[in-house]
Ligand binder design. Structure first.
Ligand code: AMP
Length: 249
């Protein structure tokens, strides 16, 4: 069984991004970029399936600028066997990514495709669901456990107030939640090995997909600054403030 993972290059989660002066977006010039953390979890999950003998090959796919090759190299160092870069400078929105991934899936025919539940830059949380709809495949989102048995995946999902267990028939889409696994550290020998693994580079045109944005960003602004806290003189004032001023945010 081939397993595919989708890995996005995003601003590293430790970076505090700044809004551009013209409010057209955030400034990503000279900031550290990394693999979207949920996609590391997806790649770790796929690698564990291979190590358990359930997957025969793991293919990592990234869509975006040429530097996404670095993201793919990280996926290869975690354990993916090969990478596919769909290279474009276009601003990619979830629908365009889903169409590009569908075209790669049509070529590669994986039985299981694992994506992150959301990308930490746009926080869209849409690509997996759009992809399942375009393919007309079953989907299990926000997975915290995946069990594969023959043609069936049993997936535990994190939902409000508890866990839901669903059974889906392959081929299927799964999106990862934080608690699915803890991705391994990428070791130097594995980084060296990853350099020898192949990465195919395709263009959206090769896949017959027009990735142009369908949504227009009107403006991006900083969140409102938080007011500084105060020190109350005694318990009575604290209780009074809690009763009359405190709000649930
Ligand atoms: P989003 O819908 O943008 O929050 O992204 C959800 C998931 O879709 C991510 O965690 C990735 O697995 C996948 N994804 C989104 N954008 C890309 C991209 N440009 N290249 C590869 N995978 C992507």
């Amino acid at each position: 069984m081939k397993v595919m993972t989708a890995v996005k290059r995003v601003v590293d989660y430790n970076v505090k991004v700044r809004v551009k002066a013209d409010q057209s977006g955030v400034d990503i010039g000279n900031v550290k970029m990394s693999m979207n953390p949920f996609d590391e979890i997806a790649t770790e999950a796929a690698t564990r399936l291979k190590e358990a003998g359930k997957a025969t090959e793991v293919i990592a796919v990234s869509c975006g600028v040429p530097q996404c090759q670095e993201t793919l190299r990280t996926a290869l160092a975690i354990g993916a066997d090969r990478g596919v870069l769909v290279e474009t400078d276009a601003e990619l929105q979830p629908l365009a990514v889903a169409k590009l991934l569908k075209a790669v899936i049509d070529k590669e025919q994986p039985r299981l495709v694992i994506l992150g539940k959301q990308a930490i830059d746009d926080d869209a949380g849409q690509t997996g669901q759009l992809l399942a709809a375009l393919l007309d495949w079953p989907q299990a989102t926000f997975a915290s456990h995946i069990e594969i048995d023959g043609e069936t995946a049993t997936v535990t999902r994190e939902v409000d107030g508890g866990l839901e267990v669903v059974s889906i028939t392959l081929p299927a889409i799964v999106t990862t939640d934080l608690r699915l696994n803890e991705p391994r550290y990428v070791t130097l020998p594995n980084i060296m090995k990853a350099k020898k693994k192949p990465i195919d580079v395709l263009k959206p045109g090769d896949l017959g997909v027009d990735p142009s944005p369908r949504l227009k960003t009107l403006k991006v602004v900083e969140p409102p600054a938080r007011k500084t806290g105060i020190v109350v003189p005694d318990v009575a004032t604290l209780v009074e403030k809690l009763q009359n001023e405190a709000k649930v945010i």
